[in-house]
Design a binder for this molecule. Structure first.
Ligand code: UT7
Length: 330
């Protein structure tokens, strides 16, 4: 029997209209455009409306991905959602998106792998499709990070933005084959990026709210070092697993956490020219799980790939979690 190969047959993304610029942030905390640009490479990020939620952004990206795939919502068998800012702790954002887009036949669930969420979902979608369990899996990464960002904490509030990305992974149709995915995690470092309250350890109370425990806390310096090392290793392991060299990669799409992290990774791949490293960090900031998916959609819409071209994706985030994946244009 011929081996089924999972392919991304459609992509989509959604960015809210409202722009939060470095100049806006200068008016909110003690910071400067110069500091933000030189330490992060970020100039702007997008912020969702008060009445616009993770499921709305996810549903918008999902509709575009399904239409790009030439499918209808009823063709979707399973919806996988990655987010650390779900509309509710329950019900799942996957169920809200299922209802919003009218994917009546689909089941779905949320997965929490922070900024590595898109790659974790690609691995799961590939496994579902290649094992024959499902034909069409909808992958959605969506974040309303502005809802858990402390706009009084200058060390984190300049970094994050809102947005969503989606793709359809299928056994049929033409697109990007999901060649190899490598994932990793290290729970020993779980305190490095964390939202302390809101779970069963510290349920919401007047104290947790007063202490600002419902916001992202990050040990930026420590996380920076792990991010570079883990993404480099994941990429190299992924290239080895796929049996290809970095010379055979047309584009690297890294997690858009910080331009300096991207540059540090780029230095470790001497055969990948800088213009082949796709960046959106300057305009969208860090959109966590959505970051790699938004960049992938933008790359495919602006610089369509030729047959045989390969893309290397990599991401890193809270958990700690990390991963890399190779996609090949058919
Ligand atoms: O998506 C999940 C993965 N996340 C990441 O990978 C993020 C990784 N970390 C980073 O990107 C960087 O560590 C940051 C951008 C968060 C911070 O950059 P840094 O170069 O590591 O700065 P730092 O934390 O060492 O801070 C240097 C100085 C400090 O002042 P002192 O103590 O030296 O006087 C900070 O208080 O910069 C100060 N600072 C700021 N100054 C102006 C921190 N934030 C700001 C700010 N504006 N927004």
């Amino acid at each position: 029997m011929k081996k089924v190969k999972a392919k991304i047959i459609g992509t989509g993304s959604y960015l809210p209209e409202k722009v939060l610029s470095n100049q806006d942030l200068e008016r909110m905390v003690e910071t400067s455009d110069e500091w933000i640009v030189s330490r992060t490479g970020m100039k702007e990020r997008r912020i969702a409306r008060d009445d616009e939620y993770t499921s709305d952004m996810g549903a918008s990206a999902a509709r575009l991905a399904i239409s790009d795939a030439g499918l209808e919502a009823e063709d979707i068998d399973f919806i996988l959602v990655a987010t650390l800012t779900p509309d509710y702790l329950f019900p799942s954002t996957a169920c809200l998106i299922q209802n919003a887009i009218g994917a009546k036949r689909a089941s779905g669930a949320d997965i929490q792998a922070a900024c590595t969420g898109y790659l974790y979902l690609l691995m799961m979608a590939k496994s579902f499709v290649e094992s024959g369990v499902y034909k069409n899996v909808l992958v959605v990464a969506a974040e309303k990070l502005s809802s858990i960002t402390n706009y009084k904490d200058r060390s984190t509030c300049v970094l994050f933005g809102d947005g969503a990305a989606a793709c359809v992974v299928s056994s049929e149709g033409k697109g990007l084959s999901v060649e190899s995915i490598q994932l990793g995690s290290d729970g020993e470092q779980s305190n490095l990026i964390i939202m302390p309250a809101g779970g069963c350890r510290l349920p919401a109370s007047q104290e947790t709210v007063a202490e600002g425990q419902h916001y992202i806390k990050m040990a930026g310096n420590e996380v920076f070092k792990h991010a570079v090392r883990r993404m480099e290793t994941a990429c190299k392991e992924c290239l080895n697993a796929a049996g290809i060299t970095e010379q055979e990669v047309s584009w690297l799409i890294p997690h858009q956490a910080n331009m300096r992290i991207i540059d540090a990774i780029a230095k470790r791949f001497e055969h990948l020219p800088p213009e082949r490293i796709f960046k959106t960090v300057q305009k969208y900031g860090n959109t966590s799980a959505s970051s790699v998916g938004i960049a992938l959609d933008e790359l495919l819409k602006t610089a369509p790939l030729k047959q045989g071209e390969q893309i290397l994706l990599t991401a890193f985030g809270a958990g700690l979690t990390w991963g890399a994946g190779i996609l090949r244009a058919e």
